[in-house]
Write a new protein. Structure first.
Length: 142
């Protein structure tokens, strides 16, 4: 039987995980369907807010319906963690995910600025934001 090892997290490891669910995004917004345009926007904004991209992967999906473009899924791997984007032009939906570690530097405002820039770029009719603090020790008694 394999032994499960548990390593305590450093007390300074406090990550911030921001997500946003967007609705009412225009299907003709190039960020919704054009992988090259979305990739450039993501990497430009990552750099603009002061985060460090160390890798990326973007994929353009085939059209679900004749005569329409498919969505895009993309991720920018950050030295601080990641940005993930998923688009559904056929329904006008987008999901955004920004996670940053705050190990040696507080990246909280950079993460918020990145999320807000991405939301503005998609120009949704509605936005639902979520915030999750990560990396805090779990109390074993609960």
């Amino acid at each position: 039987m394999a032994q499960r090892l548990s390593t305590p997290m450093p007390s300074s490891l406090h990550g911030l995980h921001l997500t946003a669910d967007l609705a009412g995004c225009a299907a003709d917004n190039p960020w919704m369907t054009e992988v090259v345009v979305l990739r450039q926007a993501c990497t430009d904004w990552v750099h603009s807010v002061g985060l460090q991209a160390v890798g990326e992967c973007f994929y353009s999906f085939p059209s679900p319906h004749p005569g329409s473009a498919g969505g895009v899924t993309g991720m920018v791997l950050l030295a601080e963690s990641h940005l993930a984007v998923h688009t559904w032009p056929e329904s006008g939906h987008v999901t955004l995910d920004v996670f940053v570690c705050n190990m040696s530097t507080d990246n909280t405002q950079r993460a918020r600025d990145l999320l807000e820039a991405m939301i503005r770029g998609f120009a949704p009719a509605t936005v639902q934001r979520q915030t999750l603090r990560r990396g805090r020790p779990v109390d074993a008694s609960t």
